[in-house]
Design a protein around this ligand. Structure first.
Ligand code: 5AD
Ligand code: SF4
Length: 458
């Protein structure tokens, strides 16, 4: 059944290719949001390229404009509507097709707004209908109808869609879809549905192919990767072990785990496999037990600290990164101080900081005591200051060390320099020949900064 569906979509891809024959057509894609969305976009690009479209970087030149949306925080909404407005002009000038997909399309109020004020779109699809993009687009091209293809039930997992990856060294592989956790601030469980894990064989075969193609670094993706369920007692730790066995893959990362599911077998797997990155992302969200309870995170401040301590004891070279939300409803000054306290104690090397954003339909949105904007910003700035100070101090310890790094490419700001990453995800820039790109090499760190380290080939 699943295969049949994808075969059907591949037929639509062929039909569109035929319609497009002899024409030079361009697509423009804008991806908002997380790495999972980036990975979805790589699949959309794969389909479009097989249909005969070529990628362009400027919306004005596009025959097809595609927005892959995210709804995790509110600023994305304003951005989307602004961009759809821009796309309207391109449509009026050259008849471009406008397609909008992704998480935001699963939200009723967004659909209503699009249908009311932006009804010039051609295709809207949701998180469970991404694989049907060829069929939806074909209907638009053939019948000139506009299509709204959204379903609310959890989509199946479809394998075998074409994919065009953004990078030649690093690749992301989605291992599971959806989330069952219902953190009270988060919209994801409502727009991405319940947890569904891919079959281990499909994941491992995909990674083996990537290894053969020359990819060196794999990031396993999911909203909650460590609740991966491969059936018959095959859990996330088993998957990690098997991915590490694949020759030619040098670095294995995963995003995002949930602290409540960070079981001992996962810690053991990290300890035993040097290919696994030595920076572990452990989303904290808040350091206050009180707030964590209201967030429905299912751990206390003490349990979080205990977990970080346990991991560090078992794998001393490990460092941590995290996500923190400031200004959750009812967060008091003393709660925020608990967050600062955990930041100091765990000494994170990277912190993704977010100002709490109300999401329609979530429990936290209904909580009475929302925090005023100026307090949220004031706390955010205090957290930022602490984090930056800590990162600066942490970076000093790298000076004089020899680091084994994966060379990713030329530095964006200076094409005389190469850029690489340590196994703790620190960016290192250094002078070196292009042949080093996509290789693991040793560099000596000679200088530190807030955003990157400077090194020399050792
Ligand atoms: N407001 C602010 N940040 C949020 N996140 C998720 N939902 C919200 C929200 N409503 C953050 C969390 C999560 C990261 C991906 O986004 O920190 O870990
Ligand atoms: Fe959202 Fe929580 Fe699920 Fe992460 S674990 S996607 S924060 S509900």
């Amino acid at each position: 059944m699943e295969n049949y569906e994808i075969e059907k979509q591949k037929e639509y891809i062929k039909k569109i290719k035929k319609i497009n024959e002899g024409k030079t057509l361009f697509y423009y894609i804008l991806t908002m949001g997380c790495q999972l969305n980036e990975n979805d976009s790589e699949k959309l690009c794969g389909m479009l390229e097989e249909m005969g479209y070529k990628k362009c970087e400027n919306m004005q030149n596009a025959d097809l404009i595609l927005f892959n949306t995210c709804c995790i925080r509110e600023n994305a909404e304003d951005k989307l509507f602004g961009k759809v407005g821009e796309a309207k002009k391109v449509k009026e000038e050259n008849g471009a097709i406008i397609a909008i997909g992704g998480c935001m399309m699963q939200e009723k109020h967004i659909l209503e707004k699009l249908n009311k004020s932006y009804s010039f779109y051609d295709v809207i699809f949701g998180t469970h209908t991404l694989h049907k993009f060829p069929e939806d687009l074909y209907k638009v091209l053939e019948k000139k109808n506009k299509i709204q293809d959204i379903i609310d039930i959890d989509g199946e997992i479809y394998e075998g869609l074409p994919i065009k990856r953004n990078d030649k060294t690093k690749a992301s592989v989605t291992i599971m879809y959806g989330c069952n956790n219902y953190c009270s601030y988060c919209i994801v469980p409502y727009v991405r549905g319940r947890e569904r894990s891919r079959k281990k064989e499909d994941i491992l075969n995909e990674i083996k192919t990537l290894a053969e193609e020359g990819y060196k670094e794999i990031t396993l993706l999911g909203q909650n990767v460590n609740s991966y369920d491969g059936g018959e007692n095959y859990k996330f730790a088993n998957l990690l072990e098997d991915v590490c066995k694949i020759k030619k893959i040098e670095i294995v990362k995963f995003l995002s785990p949930h602290p409540k599911d960070f079981t001992d077998d996962v810690i053991e797997a990290i300890k035993n496999n040097k290919k696994i990155s030595r920076i572990i992302h452990l989303p904290l969200q808040s350091g206050s037990t009180n707030v964590l309870k209201k967030m429905n995170r299912k751990y206390t401040k003490e349990q979080y600290l205990e977990l970080a301590k346990k991991i560090k004891e078992k794998i001393p070279e490990v460092v941590f990164s995290t996500d923190i939300i400031v200004g959750f409803p009812e967060e008091e000054e003393k709660d925020f101080e608990d967050t600062l306290d955990v930041v100091k104690k765990v000494n994170f090397e990277q912190v993704y900081m977010f100002i709490y954003s109300r999401r329609v339909g979530t429990l936290a949105d209904k909580m009475e005591k929302q925090i005023p904007e100026e307090i949220k910003h004031e706390r955010f700035n205090r957290l930022k200051e602490l984090v930056e100070k800590q990162i600066e101090q942490n970076n000093q310890k790298y000076i004089g060390t020899i680091q084994e790094v994966l060379v990713e490419g030329k530095s964006k700001n200076n094409d005389q320099m190469l850029t690489a990453r340590t196994n703790t995800n620190k960016v290192v820039i250094f002078e070196g020949k292009e042949e080093l790109i996509n290789k693991m090499i040793k560099v000596k760190i000679i200088e530190d900064g807030l955003w990157y380290l400077k090194g020399e080939v050792s």
